[in-house]
Ligand binder design. Structure first.
Ligand code: ATP
Ligand code: MG
Length: 388
């Protein structure tokens, strides 16, 4: 008998001919989070992925695997021979580890038998294991309708017995759906937006705009901290840091005050698009959310959008703030996001930003600026940081 970890796949099982491609990518991503655990072996057996050799790191390994998109459930298992004696013993061992001393609890055994040649049918295996566990424990009862816990038995080439199942996020393996460039601010929304696109298989890098020295070094570090947390899910992230201050000064000097935010947003998008062309990103991703602030009315989103030709995905667009906050707490970016460092948008912040900008007006105002040159200048000064 040996302790192994099992991981079950979500949507990947629906893939037809492509399935191997998705599985191979998934296994590569799993290996990345397990890379500092030394020797272990990953193998596939009938729809699940198993890892042997991590008995001493089970808890830690499962915590990390939870962040690998494409996985749905992860369980610490005991792998046994196909001898009923072995399967029973494994069941008893797991139940004993679980059983409280001073309280009666209920359980149910559920068996899945993929090898139909196995001499016992699933219900017979369940009954056999359940009976054995019951006679060898105290304070335990069977409840087939509403048990306190389940004991699972999978009969394949080996037997696998387990109780606990950690729910992972599902989704698709990163790298199976192209490359996106995330506009990452220091706020609550954009890290969540990056998480959500990555969950659909998009490889994510990030671009951040600051107004140093108007914004501080600490504000920069906060963004790097956020990127580090996001990279636990997305894999390595390149961060392009761009100083927007000169552009903001030019807008401030030459354009109407109430258009400051909208025009600087259009510059952010154009710069992100130019970097995408150079580095090969197919989509931009933002944390925009309809109606949240003046720059996020449907009119503003439209005018901002028309600064670029490439597709911009906004996974949070229709969500409520409370739900976005729930996700940011779940993925552990929230505490960092709410740290009070100034954002580049707080520089030259207009008192009454336009909420219904018209594209013609904005284009008119932008004529006072040398757009191409400002963009190239900003990109020439960019700093690239790699988070691995
Ligand atoms: P967030 O919480 O992500 O900052 P927000 O609710 O504060 O979003 P805005 O400040 O209007 O909304 O920003 C909308 C989106 O524009 C952000 O989600 C982000 O994608 C992008 N963005 C804003 N500021 C920056 C910045 N300094 N660097 C990079 N992207 C930015
Ligand atoms: Mg913001």
């Amino acid at each position: 008998m040996e302790r192994v970890i099992s991981a079950s796949l979500g949507e990947i099982v629906l893939k037809g001919l492509n399935r191997k491609y998705f599985e191979d990518r998934l296994i590569k991503n799993m290996k990345r989070v397990l890379r500092d655990f030394g020797e272990y072996r990953i193998y596939k057996e009938q729809g699940k992925i198993y890892i042997e050799g991590l008995a001493d790191h089970q808890h830690d390994a499962i915590r990390r695997l939870k962040k690998v998109f494409g996985l749905v459930y992860i369980s610490p298992c005991i792998r046994t021979s196909l001898d009923m004696e072995d399967i029973r013993e494994a069941g008893l061992m797991l139940v004993k580890e679980k059983l409280p001393k001073d309280k009666i609890v209920t359980f149910k055994v559920e068996t899945s038998r993929s090898d139909k040649r196995y001499p016992l049918k699933s219900p017979e295996i369940s009954r056999d294991v359940g009976g054995y566990v019951l006679t060898n424990t105290e304070n335990l009862k069977v409840d087939v309708h509403n048990p306190d816990f389940m004991l699972y038995v999978d009969v394949k080439e080996y037997g696998y017995v387990y109780i606990d199942r950690t729910r992972a996020y599902g989704g698709l393996p990163i790298g199976t759906n192209g490359k996106g460039l995330l506009l990452l601010s220091g706020g609550i929304d954009s890290p969540v937006a990056g998480f959500m696109m990555a969950k659909r298989g998009v490889e994510v890098d990030a671009i951040h705009f600051h107004s140093y020295p108007f914004t501080s070094q600490r504000a920069e570090e906060k963004v790097m901290d956020l990127a580090k947390i996001v990279s636990m899910y997305t894999g390595p992230i390149n961060i392009y840091s761009i100083n927007l201050l000169n552009i903001q000064k030019e807008i401030n000097k030459n354009c109407p005050e109430d258009e400051m935010t909208i025009i600087s947003r259009r510059f952010m998008m154009r710069i992100a698009e130019e970097i995408s062309k150079r580095k090969g990103y197919q989509i931009l991703v933002t944390g925009e959310n309809l109606g949240q602030v003046a720059s996020q009315t449907i009119y503003s989103v439209d005018v901002i959008n028309r600064s670029v030709e490439m597709p911009v995905l906004r996974p949070l667009i229709g969500m409520d703030k409370v739900d976005i906050i729930d996700i940011s707490k779940e993925i552990e970016t929230y505490e960092t996001s709410i740290k009070p460092f100034e954002d580049c948008c707080s520089v030259f912040l207009p008192k009454h930003p336009v909420t219904r900008p018209k594209l013609e007006d904005i284009l008119q105002s932008e004529q006072a600026l040398n757009i191409e040159e400002l963009i190239l200048e900003a990109i020439n000064g960019m700093k690239i940081t790699k988070i691995d």
